[in-house]
Structures are given as C-alpha cells and as structure tokens.
Write a protein that binds this ligand. Structure first.
Ligand code: FAD
Length: 441
C-alpha cells in the first residue's frame, strides 16, 4: 500500500506517524513544500516576544526523526497537480524539477495560509503575516528600538495574541478591525470586555474601520484606513486564513466556497482514495451536525491521527468539534466553546442566554479575581450549547469543564450539581460553573 501525504506539519505528520506505526509495511511518503515538519505555530507569538527565546523549542519533531522511523519525508517538494482518475500527483522538487508519483491513498494536509489583501503597499518592508517559523524570524529581526508604532490589522485570535506580543515588547499598538467587534467567535457583549481592558492598557483599538492602503518608501511608515491615517513602523496583517487547496481546482474534490475540502466524519472526501485533514479541510460540528471550517491545531492533530484509523477501516466517526479555543492577552484569559449567541441565532435554534460575574475562588484567600461567564442554552430543555469566559485567571479549566458538559449534552440542572472540587485557593463551594447554571430559572 502506498500512501502519499501532501503537507507535513500538524495534520500531515500526525497522519504519517500513526499510519507508519500501525502498518510498518506501508510505503508512506510526505511531500512538504516548506523546509520544516511538525512545529508549534501556536508558540510563534511567544517566540517573537522572547517569552520563549529558543527557536529550537518550536520544533516538535524534525524531518530526520520521521525519516528514521521509515517515513519518506521530502522537504521543499510542492504538489502542483492531482489527477484522481489515474491516481497520480505532479510535484515540483527543491530544484524546480517536475516529477510524478502514483498513490493508492492520498491524504491532503496542506493547511491554510494567511490572507494578504490586494491593496497598495502590502509588499513594503516591515509589513508581515505570521504563519511559519520563517515569518516569525523575519518579524523578530525587524524589531528594534526604532520600531515604535505597530499596527495590527485584524482582531481575531492571531491579531489579539500579537497585541500581547508587542505590548510585552513595549511598542505602541493600534489594532484595526473591519467588523464592529473584535474576536468574532465571542459575542459583542463579551468581546467588548476584552476591548475595554486593552484600551485601558493603552492599546488603540479601532472597530468598524477598514484598511485602505499601506504607505511608505521602501519601508512602511503609515497605514491609511477609511477613517484615519496612522503612523506605522511595522504592520502585521492578521486577516484570517485561506485553505491551501488551489492545486485541486478541476479535480472534482468538493470544497466550500473558501476552498476548505469537504470531508465526512472519517476524513474522506467525495473522491475515492482521497482524504483530507487539518486547516485545509472542514470538520463535523457536534451541535450543528454539519461541516464547518474551524482552523485550529486541536482539530488538525485529531483529524491527522484519526485519518490513520479511517484508512485501516476502524469503526468511528469524528463528531467532536465544538470550536473550543482559549487565548491569553496581557492580563486577560479568554475562552469559548460550543455555540455563541450569534451562532445559535443564525442556525435557527430556540435558545436562551445568561451571563454572570463570579469570583475565581474564596475572597479571603489572596488573588481572587472576577470571572465573567456567558452561557447559551437550548430551550425548553436547558441543554448547554455554548460558553464564553473572560477573566484574569482560572478561565481555561472552567471552559474545558463546560466543553465536556456540552459534549455530553448536559442540562443546566445537571451542571448546577456537578461534583467539582473545592478548596479556598481554587474555587468556592459553589463554583462559578454551578452559579451560572443555577441562575437560569
Ligand atoms: P499547517 O500547519 O499549515 O501545515 C500545512 C503544510 O502543508 C505547510 O507546511 C505547507 O507548507 C504545506 N503545503 C501547503 N501546500 C502544499 C503543497 N501544494 N504541496 C506540499 N506541501 C504543501 N491553534 C490552536 O488550536 N491553538 C492555538 O493557540 C493556536 N495558535 C496559533 C498561533 C499562530 C500564530 C498560528 C499561525 C496558528 C495558531 N493555531 C492555533 C493554528 C494551528 O497552528 C493550525 O491549526 C495548525 O498548524 C494546522 O495544521 P495543519 O497541519 O492543518 O496545517
């Protein structure tokens, strides 16, 4: 059996390692157009800020290690064409020579790339996107004392994480968001708390403002929006990602409008012998019961590992995605899981919402902080559908607990009596999770 995997980072290498471990006799080839295999993109903001100054720590497993385990890893090899009818792919090697490979099974794990708008000035020096270690090194080497004003375009996870990066480095930050609130996976009433907190810390956040062009001679020196002209010594474009699937055009592989490959709960595409996983593919949403695009490392690792089971014919369906995500920005921890109110509304669900503010732990024990929790529940049976949490500490474990509740379709009445642990440094006899569940009558 000859398995060809296109793309060799989180999803691709998870798939390759598991397939080779389970089936030592299979020929497993990984074609990766870049020069890195599995690395932690999620760690790049902390590498740029020097919270972690060691580049090597970002590399989880190098190509040589995979090669030692019998996987044929070919770096600098880009797949430019796929022909499902004769099960072949065309590859451009590191010397720009074309060659072909046949496959019995092809797994596409090509990820997604940062979106660069077609606007004047985006090619000026000191205008960056962030996706790879190479991108991070370019940003890192451009940072010096002369870089005072940093403009971040896009208020999603990566844009907001980079606010922390540049805040840590003592830069003046302006964040531009085209929509009316930052952090679209949170409802506005929750994301406004993040915004207010960042404004109070000196970050200039401009919502409902659109990038028009970037100006400068050689190096960027200002950014023009539809409302203002802003000084900029460095610009980071964090406008979201687009799946790397243009090489599939004309192959008949079904894709969403944004280019995400549609897969079923076993990572199979609509074409025989072609699978897809990670940021280039959809994932089945547990509550919405449909394919959605949620490009996260959590999903990429799971899909990559499980595609191996799928190929083996094991019986399972990956129906777990809730869009659970967490992030830290300066002194705030923000986390969300399941449906936001906006998602419940747009999917025609009969829902209710409730928001509370509680203490993280007993106020008589030092460092107790406020935590704000918004829940979305189904009516009339009060099954928990979603949660958004913001606070200065202990947000992540509470979100994960609520994710388990949502996964198991628990009602608020059940959650309100969960046997959660209590000791004064950690919680209260009635934890914030109990309180939010109890407060819906
Ligand atoms: P990728 O990591 O993008 O790998 C795909 C590979 O395919 C690439 O190396 C690419 O070169 C290669 N490729 C593309 N086209 C071809 C081709 N035609 N031929 C050959 N090779 C090709 N997720 C979280 O869950 N939590 C976080 O905190 C988090 N933080 C993040 C912070 C940053 C700054 C970034 C950039 C991402 C973050 N993510 C986070 C997202 C996470 O990194 C991605 O979801 C994950 O890397 C996706 O893995 P993947 O294998 O699907 O794709």
């Amino acid at each position: 059996m000859k398995i060809v995997i296109v793309g060799g980072v989180a999803a691709g290498m998870s798939a390759a390692a598991k397939i080779k471990r389970d089936n030592p006799s299979f020929e497993v080839i990984v074609l990766e157009k870049g020069l890195e295999t599995s690395y932690g993109a999620c760690g790049l903001p902390y590498y740029i800020s020097d919270v972690n100054p060691v580049e090597e720590l970002l590399r989880i497993r190098r190509a040589e290690e995979f090669i030692k385990s019998g996987i044929d890893v070919r770096l600098g090899n880009e797949v430019i064409k796929l022909e499902p009818n004769n099960k072949t792919i065309t590859i451009l090697d590191e010397n720009n020579n074309e060659y072909m490979e046949s496959y019995d099974i092809c797994i596409i794990a090509t990820g997604a790339s940062a979106i660069v708008p077609k606007l004047e000035g985006v090619n000026l020096k000191n205008v960056f996107t962030l996706k790879t270690i190479e991108d991070a090194n370019k940003i890192k080497s451009a940072i010096n004392d002369k870089i005072k004003n940093v403009v971040i375009v896009g208020g999603g996870y990566i844009g907001i994480e980079l606010v922390e990066t540049f805040h840590h480095l003592g830069k003046k930050i302006t964040l531009i968001e085209r929509l009316d609130h930052i952090m679209q996976s949170f409802d506005p009433d929750m994301s406004d708390h993040i915004k207010t907190s960042l404004i109070n810390q000196g970050v200039d956040i401009r919502c409902s403002e659109t990038l028009v062009k970037v100006e400068g001679t050689d190096f960027v020196n200002r950014v023009v929006t539809d409302k203002a002209i802003i000084d900029a010594d460095m610009v980071i474009l964090a406008l979201g990602v687009r799946p790397n699937t243009s090489f599939l055009e004309g192959t008949g592989v079904e894709m969403l409008q944004n280019g995400a490959i549609v897969v079923d709960e076993r990572m199979k595409t609509n074409i025989d012998s072609i699978y897809a996983c990670g940021d280039c593919a959809t994932i089945y949403h547990r509550i919405l019961k449909k394919n959605v695009f949620i490009p996260l490392g959590t999903n990429a690792n799971k899909q990559g590992r499980l595609v191996a089971k799928s190929i083996k014919g094991e019986d399972f369906r990956l129906e777990v995605a809730l869009g659970s995500a967490m992030m830290k920005v300066n002194n705030l921890e923000c986390a969300r899981t399941g449906l936001s109110e906006a998602e419940a509304r747009s999917n025609g669900i009969n829902y209710g919402v409730h928001t509370i503010t509680a203490q993280t732990h007993a106020p008589y024990y030092p460092d107790s902080k406020e935590i704000r929790i918004k829940i979305v529940y189904r009516k009339p049976d009060k099954v928990l559908l979603g949660a958004q949490l913001i606070g200065e500490k202990d947000v992540a474990w509470r979100m994960n607990t609520l994710a388990v509740c949502i996964h198991n379709e628990m009602t608020l009445d059940e959650i309100s009596l969960l046997d959660l642990g209590y000791a004064p440094p950690y919680s209260m006899p009635w934890d914030a999770i109990h309180i939010v569940a109890q407060s819906v009558k």
